[in-house]
Write a protein that binds this ligand. Sequence first.
Ligand code: C5P
Length: 418
Amino acid sequence: MGSEGSSPDRQAQVAVALQGKKVILCVSGGIAAYKAVYLARSLTLLGGDVRVVMTEAAQRFVGAQTFAGVTGNPVVTELFTDAPFAPHVELARGADVAVVAPATANALAKMTAGLADDAFSATLLSVRCPVVVAPAMHAEMWDHPATGANLAELERRGVMLVGPDAGSLMSGDEGVGRMAEPDEIVAVLASVLEQARDLEGRRVVVTAGGTQEPIDPVRFIGNRSSGLMGFTIAREAARRGGKVTLIAGPHNLAPPGGVDVVSVGTADEMREAVLQAAADADVVIKAAAVADFKPVQHSDRKLKKAAGPPDISLVPTPDILAELGSTPSLRKPGSLLVGFAAETEQDPRRLSELAVEKLRSKGADLIVANEVGSNDSGFGSRTNRAVIASSEGVADIGLVTKDALAAALVDTIAERLR
Ligand code: C5P
């Protein structure tokens, strides 16, 4: 059984971590696929709900039937079936952790490129849980700069690496490229699952999206925020055990599972919802792009074009973040306040300076400053170029997916709440 080399105490903890967890085991085509059977068996015996997806090449080494027998679950090998659902999406949904074992050089390259031409790679493109890879290949392939670059990119995206070990390889060769032992992989998966619950019992409030300040019943002042960053943070916080309230402006996104969503329209409505939720929250994360100004008054009836361009006088909206930052009685003692700063600033040094300034002006514990205005960062983009500032300094996160930025932010928050 898994983790045989560890103490009985640790073995019990490993079993607790795996109990009832949906583990996706992605098997690609290398001789080490036979060890993946042992891995599947260990994870199943430890209480995991193990779902296997295999490449065609993997099936040349081990039969799908073997994995089905060991795990008690059907094995996915085909992207196209006559089922009324997509097997890879079904497999990926609700997964707690995915492990690629063995991960061949080809599998790593496909993951890096985001290919989805078989059930295996499509599953890996669909999962939103932590991903662990256990590479296995010949030493020459492991040493190739292409493999090194692919791994560096995958690690940058948050993929975790276990192994490979040095030792005997296929055809009697020696070198680095042996897949890590199944017990070691089980231990890594358990610690990923344990770490993944680091917000257990914490109340988290996240705001997302832009607000809309009405001019009349059909027109408003708004901004380009899609809400994706806030939704991604809410999902990550919920995945890690947080009890999450997501206060969202108008959006077109599917609410993350297990999150309470409060829908608001204007900055005033958002303020009311935030102040109510903040009172017993351990952390308030203000990712929303709240409108800074609203019309002094709005018309109850649609303004007529024939009446000519209206004079719209603007007044500031309430600054919710600054209010929370300057009024400790509004928040739970010891709670954290996190703000965002959207800046049209590409230079990371300047971005850092602005983040530090905002930390002070808003009275926040953390400020995530991200660049907006370019194609690959900010509103509407799937990636963000960001820094995270706190009283301890500024961490440059670089250009990463919003998933990776959410994970880095939640890491920082969990660390500080500890
Ligand atoms: O002041 P600025 O818009 O640059 O600050 C951005 C941060 O302040 C974000 O965290 C945003 O959610 C928050 N904010 C707010 N209320 C406002 C404007 C911004 O809470 N009226």
